[in-house]
Write a protein of this length. Structure first.
Length: 366
């Protein structure tokens, strides 16, 4: 049996609905911004529960613009976690600022107790990551930010559809970024992203900056850039947004089966689930003893298991200039050695889930 991590062939097998909407777009000739992008922005802002959404070309662009809108520049410091995807830190570097890492906790989220110790006179932003579709303690992060007169940008790229009690990621920070990469819970056919905020002034600046700084066709107010979402992707985003609640529900159902089964295997450690939170489960991660041997065994048996990620960012080659070394962030380094990601997407059927779990059990019973 084959159990793929990539579910896109299933998702886009029936593509008639996309082509029908694209035909309308082609007929309208609204190939830059226009009503299709505006529709996606309106729908997404309502879904998240904020005043403004600015659709972007990617989640990375969303992070960069979020930081720039808060004035992040050369010599500023931005606090973030070291177990995240490259774009979180890349966005900080693009702005000319310095990333300051803190360790993660046992839920793979930024360690709240480490944040204040990392604050200096140069600190401008706290950039927490909703890693894996789970969420850090945003209430505590916002309290730390207020106490130290700092701004917060949420990297919510992996958490569309998640909840923290009755609020969604993207409703806590001052400006917040999302991704619609093909393997996110809400995806488009390529890259896509979104920025959300309740601040009118910031929203106006981001919208203008992402469109070359243009006031109108003949005037600019400052030098900007092209970070716009393409209308073709906005069409896909609108279609997929209608499905997001059922997608998250199915992923949560699958994850619950994994949790119940794997929690009975002593060689597996499941992260703590917060009772009143809902995760988006863009990935399903747990800690497995003999991780590398298990991964090879699963792949040999047709199960597309992966690692997110084998090398923490502070140990990546470009981080040498930041002065970090092995041992600085022990929890992240430990997780890099034993975390394994299993397929958890909405297209998995009972037989595939059962097959995966039985193979894991068989591996540890050998």
């Amino acid at each position: 049996m084959k159990v793929p991590f990539n579910y896109l062939p299933n998702q886009f097998k029936n593509n008639k609905i996309y082509f029908n909407e694209w035909k309308k777009l082609i007929k309208s000739c609204e190939f830059t911004l226009g009503s299709y992008v505006k529709k996606f922005e309106n729908n997404f802002s309502k879904f998240i529960g904020v005043k403004h959404c600015i659709a972007t070309n990617s989640g990375t662009d969303a992070l960069v613009l979020s930081l720039k809108s808060l004035g992040v520049k050369k010599n500023d410091e931005v606090i973030t976690v070291c177990n995240t995807f490259y774009s979180t830190v890349g966005a900080i570097i693009i702005c000319g600022a310095k990333p300051v890492f803190v360790d993660c906790d046992e839920r793979y989220q930024i360690c709240i107790d480490k944040i204040e110790k990392a604050i200096t006179k140069k600190t401008k932003i706290i950039l927490p990551v909703h890693w894996g579709g789970a969420s850090p303690n945003m209430k505590a992060i916002m309290q730390i930010a207020r106490k130290n007169n700092l701004k917060v940008v949420e990297d919510a790229c992996q958490s569309i559809g998640a909840k923290i009690k009755n609020r969604k990621p993207g409703t806590f920070g001052h400006v917040n970024a999302f991704s619609m990469h093909p393997l996110k819970s809400l995806n488009v056919m390529g890259d896509g992203g979104a920025i959300v905020t309740n601040n009118d002034k910031i929203a106006k600046w981001i919208k203008r900056y992402s469109n070359h700084g243009m006031i109108d066709r003949d005037h600019i107010s400052f030098w900007g850039d092209n970070k716009r979402m393409q209308p073709l992707q906005a069409v896909v985003g609108c279609i997929e947004l209608k499905k997001i609640n059922s997608i998250i529900s199915k992923r949560n159902k699958n994850a619950k089966i994994f949790d119940q089964f794997l929690s009975k295997i002593k060689q597996v450690t499941i992260p703590k689930r917060i009772k009143f939170n809902k995760e988006s489960f863009v990935v399903y991660m747990a800690r497995f003893k003999k991780r590398d041997k298990l991964k090879s065994y699963l792949i040999k048996n047709g199960i597309d298991a992966r690692i997110h990620y084998p090398i923490p960012l502070h140990l990546q080659k470009p981080s040498k200039v930041l002065g970090y070394k092995k041992g600085d962030f022990p929890e992240a380094e430990k997780q890099a050695k034993n975390l394994l990601t299993l397929p958890v997407h909405q297209y998995l059927n009972y037989n595939e889930i059962n097959y995966m779990l039985k193979k894991i059990k068989k591996f540890y019973n050998k």
